[in-house]
Design a protein around this ligand. Structure first.
Ligand SMILES: [Ca+2]
Length: 272
């Protein structure tokens, strides 16, 4: 009797803990200034759903760093609700700064829709003074003749900055379809990884680390102090994390999205 009552009591206490946890976790997603304690693997420090229907502002629902649309970038139907459409010439979306250090581990996630392959195009990056801290996008050149997804991090914030080894996809890049890309940086391991549609498909080495204090850029990169590598197509649901996501985390994130593109009722979970 007492053992059964004890088990029931344990169960009730567990439910109470779960309920309290839910109450405690929920406000984290709306916090304007995430603290170190909020550096959860499963809570993005910046999250731009890009679901607005008009205007030149894109909300950052977890970090408060509202994005600004430049040079004709506009909202269109996306992979999840709406997305931002970019002309590959000068369109982009930028924030003023970010709420994390980038000389420590981080991850970046986005849905991308590429309309033209030749050259190198960047879907998401973060500005340093002279170069991007990272670039997540596509490259098609003499070395990557069929086109490859790429996640790269320059070794220093300098003109002509070197790359030790880029994380280049083993899968051929595709045009005119939505693809989910994730770039992961593990500072302690000096490694970067690239995931395509939830699967790890490339890795690279970073020997030097540095902190970039510029803004998040959607639709372009930066090199030699100038904006470049403008993205021809669409970008949707951009997330930045203050940790290196694991294989399982990325697979769970990918599975958290609806199966196909189009409008959604309600909001997509920001718990990944
Ligand atoms: Ca969206």
């Amino acid at each position: 009797m007492s053992r059964r009552a004890g088990a029931r009591g344990w169960a009730l206490r567990s439910l109470a803990v779960l309920a309290l946890s839910a109450v405690w976790i929920t406000p984290m997603h709306a916090a304007a200034e995430p603290s170190v304690a909020e550096a959860s693997t499963h809570c993005p420090v910046h999250y731009l759903p890009l679901d607005e229907s008009s205007g030149d502002r894109a909300a950052d629902v977890t970090g408060g760093r509202t994005g600004t649309l430049h040079n004709g970038a506009e909202f269109v139907e996306g992979r999840v609700g709406n997305a931002v459409s970019l002309d590959g010439v000068d369109d982009h979306v930028s924030t003023t700064g970010v709420n994390l250090r980038t000389d420590t581990s981080f991850s970046v996630s986005a849905w991308v829709y590429l309309e033209e392959k030749p050259g190198q195009q960047t879907a998401v990056s973060l500005d340093g003074d002279r170069t991007s801290k990272f670039r997540l996008g596509q490259v098609m050149d003499g070395e990557h003749r069929l086109g490859s997804w790429v996640f790269e991090m320059p070794e220093s914030d300098t003109d002509g900055a070197l790359f030790t080894t880029k994380a280049v996809s083993t899968w051929e890049s595709e045009t005119d379809t939505w693809v989910h890309l994730v770039g992961v940086y593990d500072a302690s391991a000096n490694r970067i990884w690239l995931y395509v549609n939830g699967t790890r498909v490339g890795d690279g080495t970073v020997r030097n680390t540095w902190n970039a204090d510029g803004g998040l850029q959607i639709g372009r990169g930066k090199a030699n102090g100038a904006a470049e590598e403008f993205w021809p197509g669409k970008v949707d649901d951009v997330r930045l994390y203050v940790s290196s996501l694991s294989d399982e985390d990325v697979a769970d994130l990918y599975r958290s999205y609806p199966d196909s593109a189009g409008p959604v009722s309600g909001s997509i979970s920001a718990s990944f």
